[in-house]
Design a protein around this ligand. Structure first.
Ligand SMILES: Nc1ncnc2c1ncn2[C@@H]1O[C@H](COP(=O)(O)OP(=O)(O)OP(=O)(O)O)[C@@H](O)[C@H]1O
Ligand SMILES: [Mg+2]
Length: 261
């Protein structure tokens, strides 16, 4: 059985759209036939539940890490989207898990039959910081100088840890005062993987507890997220698609247009 693709959704600054992208990317991948587990690893402010209309739970990632709960009994099967969720539980006291607990959790997750395990994190390095356990980190940035500068710092941390990363710009309004894609690419030293627009569908979808791409698949936000999920489908978990002739030709097409080897 192939190992799931572990994707860390991260940012150095808070509030740039990590949870929004994690929820919508997971939904888009499920709709393409992949098995997806979304992990809420933001143990300070878990918010996947707000986005997806999951009532507060009393057992989640912390309890699994501390051995109080069983992983499979804790994972929620979310009917509206089809994804599985390892929820977060909120406590006022800070939670710093031991390295061994994180490794044990990641080891257990790796044995589960998912194509993608998408980990929504708190801003910064946070917990779940054993980078060698991930296949890739997505760095989310808004197009402002302070967010871009801190994203470049995070990228250099990942470089030191030899963790592959990709940068995604979110909340792009195409205003003159914003840092442009070309400017951030110069700072980052690589292509920006996706540029996702500011779109009112996002706050509307959060208030309705339905991922934006399901609420309205035709908005500019939804189109950009689906395009990004196509890149992940083509570059990583080709299983769901690759088994059919039509699927293989879609992969070949996506690889060509996104220039993926
Ligand atoms: N593309 C977008 N268009 C419009 N609003 C957006 C977009 N992306 C995110 N938002 C808004 O930004 C706010 C923060 O988003 P989100 O909670 O996903 O950020 P976060 O990085 O996970 O925050 P935190 O660091 O607190 O975990 C939300 O209120 C959401 O509605
Ligand atoms: Mg968040």
């Amino acid at each position: 059985m192939p190992k799931p693709y572990f994707l860390r959704i991260s940012s150095q600054k808070g509030g740039v759209g990590k949870t929004t992208i994690a929820v919508n990317l997971s939904t888009a991948l499920v709709r393409q036939g992949f098995r997806v587990l979304l992990v809420d690893a933001d143990t300070t402010n878990p918010s996947v539940g707000f986005h997806l209309g999951i009532d507060e739970v009393n057992t989640g990632i912390r309890e699994v890490m501390s051995g109080k709960s069983n992983l499979r009994n804790t994972i929620i099967r979310h009917n509206t989207t089809g994804m599985h969720i390892l929820p977060g539980t909120a406590y006022s006291a800070p939670f710093i898990p031991a390295k061994e607990s994180i490794e044990r959790l990641m080891g257990m997750l790796a044995k589960e039959s998912y194509d993608f395990i998408i980990v929504d994190t708190a801003p910064g390095i946070g917990i779940m910081d054993i980078f060698k356990l991930y296949d890739e980190a997505i760095i989310i940035s808004s197009p402002e100088m302070s967010a871009c500068a801190s994203s470049i710092r995070l990228a250099s941390t990942y470089d030191k840890e030899k963790l592959k990363h990709n940068l995604i710009l979110n909340r792009v309004k195409n205003r003159k005062y914003e840092i442009s894609v070309r400017e951030i690419e110069e700072m980052y030293g690589d292509r920006v993987r996706a540029s996702i627009p500011e779109d009112e569908i996002v706050p509307i979808s959060i208030s309705e507890h339905i991922p934006a791409i399901m609420l309205d698949g035709k908005t500019r936000f939804s189109t950009a997220v689906k395009e990004m999920s196509g890149i992940y489908a083509a570059s990583t978990g080709t299983e769901a698609y690759g088994s059919t002739k039509r699927g293989r030709s879609i992969i070949a097409f996506l690889r060509k247009i996104f220039n993926i080897q």
